[in-house]
Design a protein around this ligand. Structure first.
Ligand code: UT7
Length: 331
């Protein structure tokens, strides 16, 4: 019998870049309208990082805010896990860049790329390290500068995505004092068909950067929106239902999911027979920020007093891969 150390969420932090890109701004770039975007997605605006602001820089600000919230010094961090699809460089990792920027001298670290599910995957990994007693202070960061891989001539994608960063510090529950992790899962289902649903085709080893790939804009995202939509609705509903099964719906305090699309949230709630206001949403302000969306939403839900004490809070995420996962905590 393995003795598992209970894990808690000790600190939360988020960062949104200053520049706002509104639906009206996008009307000037592509054939779309504020009305279409808001009705189909719930998004009004998103944030865009400054040209000299990379995802590591945004992640470091969110990380420092999570450490301040937990009252833990950077020197006491043991491990940094950074979830990102848009790292500063192909290598070294963003974890190294964040370590340097915050002065976490003792920490080891690495990056995790699982697109929109990335934060939940990194959270799950962090739990293993704390639960096993390997590390006490594990910083989990989700950060994205998706504006660098969005084609602002493609109305299918450019209306959806934005930039930002969020972070959590996981510690043994005795030190954290809140956010006891009850369960967490990660799943993937890969293949060529799944690639085609959501991917960046060039810039990797399969199709390295070349003048041709640049001219064809193959370094930007392509998405089969409808396929993602259907997958997201059923996966969201399934993750919430299965994670709550051992406890019962009456113990639920809030759902803080990946901020994917308000219509997806509404459709999933209908399947779950659950009121939409059970779900915390800030997609109207930030759009979909992939690996950053769960910690940004969680931090705002906490600051806005939307996480009832003693109740269950579930986060579910899903995205390219295909990939999906959840974590469930008692707040
Ligand atoms: O984290 C995972 C990342 N992926 C996502 O978050 C995306 C999930 N999917 C979605 O959010 C939705 O599928 C979209 C918002 C992307 C699209 O909504 P939809 O209701 O599935 O629209 P659709 O793709 O079926 O397109 C309906 C119509 C089409 O026109 P026609 O063929 O009916 O004439 C599109 O060309 O809407 C058109 N359209 C637009 N019109 C105005 C597509 N994008 C736009 C746009 N503005 N931005």
């Amino acid at each position: 019998m393995i003795n598992r150390i209970p894990v808690g969420i000790a600190g939360l932090g988020a960062y949104a870049p200053e520049k706002v890109l509104s639906n009206q701004d996008l009307e000037k770039l592509v054939d779309t309208s504020d009305e279409w975007i808001y009705q189909r997605t719930g998004i009004r605006e998103r944030r865009i990082a400054a040209p000299d602001e990379d995802s590591g820089a945004m992640g470091a600000i969110a990380a420092m805010r999570a450490l301040d919230d937990a009252r833990v010094a950077p020197e006491d961090v043991d491990l940094i896990l950074c979830a990102t699809t848009t790292p500063d460089l192909p290598f070294p990792t963003n974890a190294c860049h964040i370590q340097h920027r915050i002065g976490a001298k003792r920490a080891g670290g690495f990056d995790i790329n699982s697109a929109c599910s990335g934060f939940v995957f990194a959270f799950n990994t962090a739990v293993q390290f704390v639960q096993s007693g390997t590390y006490r202070n594990v910083l989990v960061v989700g950060t994205e500068k998706l504006s660098t891989i969005v084609n602002y001539e493609d109305r299918n994608t450019c209306v959806i995505f934005g930039d930002g960063a969020g972070a959590m510090l996981l510690r043994p529950l005795d030190d954290a004092g809140r956010g006891e992790v009850l369960s967490t899962s990660i799943s993937t289902n890969g293949g060529p068909e799944q690639d085609a649903v959501l991917m960046v085709a060039a810039g990797g080893s399969r199709l390295p950067a070349s003048p041709e790939t640049l001219a064809a804009k193959q370094h930007t995202m392509i998405m089969g929106g409808n396929k993602v939509y259907r997958f997201a609705v059923s996966t969201f509903a399934k993750l919430v239902k299965e994670s709550l099964e051992p406890y019962g719906y009456e113990q639920l305090g809030r759902i803080v999911p990946h901020q994917v699309n308000q219509r997806i949230v509404e459709a999933a709630c209908e399947r779950l027979d659950m009121p939409v206001d059970m779900v915390f949403s800030n997609i109207h302000k930030y759009g979909n920020t992939a690996a950053a969306s769960v910690p940004v939403a969680f931090t705002e839900a906490y600051r806005e007093d939307m996480l009832p004490k003693g109740k269950l809070v579930v986060s579910a995420a899903f995205g390219a891969g295909l990939s999906w996962g959840h974590f469930l905590v008692r707040w």
